[in-house]
Design a protein around this ligand. Structure first.
Ligand SMILES: Nc1ncnc2c1ncn2[C@@H]1O[C@H](COP(=O)(O)OP(=O)(O)OP(=O)(O)O)[C@@H](O)[C@H]1O
Length: 468
């Protein structure tokens, strides 16, 4: 027998089988809107006229012999052929429509799979309507949630959002650009409000991971007991009781992108060990799970504490430090780049809404001088707050030195005959207590919180409110 004859011979029974199968389904014809058959290689061997019309195929177009996915991209007939198992009811996307489909393997007498057949049911079948409606509603919900998540995870800032032209800032930006292209962990050091998070966003956005997610976690702001779940997630059935739902951790959410760990110095010792392991192995284990998952995440950590002191007193692990401080960036405090204060203030004022009909704020020269005399412990965040206060007090569109003087925290109330009311005094006392506790704890927020008898997250929230 020639090779060709042999091939035809092998082909014959298969073809006969498919036709036989289609004939056997003839009875069902009135219940379905189209059918298609494929061979063992998932190439189309037959398609009925109604399915062609449903797919809007041109009259001259011949799909026979093509891979099924070339004609129906979301077809799962390949899976049916590979597994030999049917998919009896499914909803398949085709362009912007959904088809209710049924897929069945075709087998020879010995039970060997030799192809598959797929049916599309009429979408006006009454009993399918509730399923289709539910599916469509869920799909709408899902796409809204996905769009919101993508918006949330996209980088909010680019390098140009970090305002400043001084030599220091130009060098800083050059360093961020260089580091962005390397994939190692980065540690950004700098006082609170200097723009560390903004730079982390910018670095992600400049890196090869820009298309991936940017996920930020503020270690100091999350209660200690919840940190592990927040980082590594919760496996299904890990807890009984209220919090039973499985949840992805920030590590997994950042897969393919960047995980920004703010205030890493506040990480409790037990979690430091787990984080180190995750970084070394490139895998994580969710709470209550006994399997590990591979993750591909770039870490950018930030700290406003002096981590070398924390290394010395052993409250921060040196092996973790060297793992995350592969590349380090120091962001200088605002008082060391006063050349930039005018351009930063002007940019921030552009973001503060003016009064009705006003085109923009004018920053007077004596206001800039006044700003340059302040030492800005809360850095750019504090500058923004002061400008917002000054703008709220401004009788017109100009902000002058006197207004800034009134808006600056330590000058507020000075020279005024009225003493602050009770709430002002309580706030002042609270601020002082926080300052004393931070000083006594050498900058460690966890220790300061313990000293004051409040939780770390409460402490963090208060410190932020007082611009500390
Ligand atoms: N150079 C800058 N130009 C413009 N805006 C800035 C600049 N630096 C900081 N900001 C703004 O100041 C605010 C504080 O910045 P950011 O949150 O990045 O600081 P941080 O160092 O991460 O603070 P923390 O340590 O308290 O988390 C943000 O609103 C940010 O947009």
């Amino acid at each position: 027998m020639t090779g060709e004859a042999q091939e035809n011979d092998q082909h014959m029974p298969r073809q006969v089988n498919i036709e036989h199968a289609v004939r056997s389904f003839g009875l069902l014809r009135e219940y379905f809107a189209g059918a298609i058959a494929v061979d063992l290689d998932t190439r189309i061997t037959w398609i009925d006229k109604r399915y062609r019309e449903l797919l809007k195929l041109d009259a001259e177009f011949d799909p026979i012999g093509l891979s099924v996915e070339q004609v129906i991209p979301h077809s799962l007939l390949r899976r049916v052929v590979q597994t030999g198992r049917p998919i009896l009811l499914d909803i398949m996307d085709f362009d912007d429509r959904q088809f209710v489909v049924c897929r069945i393997p075709l087998k020879d007498e010995q039970g060997n799979v030799e192809g598959a057949i797929g049916f599309v049911f009429y979408d006006n079948v009454d009993y399918l309507a509730p399923i289709l409606d539910k599916f469509a509603a869920l799909q709408r919900q899902l796409s809204r949630a996905q769009a919101a998540l993508t918006r949330e995870r996209q980088t909010k800032y680019t390098l140009s959002s970090f305002v400043g032209n001084s030599g220091t800032v130009r060098e800083l930006k050059a360093m961020v650009r260089r580091f962005a292209l390397r994939d190692g962990a980065v540690l950004i050091e700098g006082e609170t409000g200097t723009g560390k998070e903004l730079l982390a966003h910018a670095m992600h956005q400049q890196s090869d991971r820009a298309e991936g997610p940017f996920v930020a976690v503020n270690v100091a702001a999350i209660p200690e007991a919840l940190l592990e779940a927040e980082f590594f997630g919760v496996a299904p059935g890990a807890f009984t009781g209220a919090d039973r739902k499985p949840r992805k951790g920030k590590f997994e959410l950042a897969h393919g992108g960047t995980l920004f760990l703010d205030e890493i110095g506040d990480m409790p010792a037990a979690l430091q060990a787990k984080l180190l392991r995750a970084l070394q192995e490139g895998e994580i284990e969710a709470l209550g799970s006994n399997t590990v998952k591979k993750v591909d995440v770039r870490i950018i950590a930030a700290t406003s504490q002096n981590l070398s002191e924390r290394l010395a007193d052993k409250s921060f692990r040196s092996d973790l430090y060297y793992r995350i401080a592969v590349l380090t960036i120091h962001v200088p405090p605002l008082r060391e780049r006063l050349d930039d204060i005018e351009v930063i203030a002007t940019t921030l004022l552009e973001q503060i809404p003016g009064q009705e009909g006003q085109t923009g704020w004018i920053l007077a020269a004596d206001a800039v001088e006044c700003l340059a005399r302040h030492d800005w412990p809360g850095n750019v965040r504090e500058l923004r707050n002061v400008l917002e206060r000054a703008a709220a007090m401004a009788p017109e569109d100009s902000i002058d030195g006197a207004l800034i003087g009134r808006a600056l925290p330590q000058l507020r109330g000075r020279g005024s005959s009225t003493a602050p009311g009770l709430s002002g005094r309580i706030a002042e006392a609270e601020r002082q207590a926080l300052i004393d506790a931070i000083a006594a704890a050498n900058g460690s927020k966890s220790a300061a919180a313990r000293h004051l008898g409040i939780s770390r997250s409460q402490f963090y929230e208060k410190a932020k409110r007082h611009n500390l």
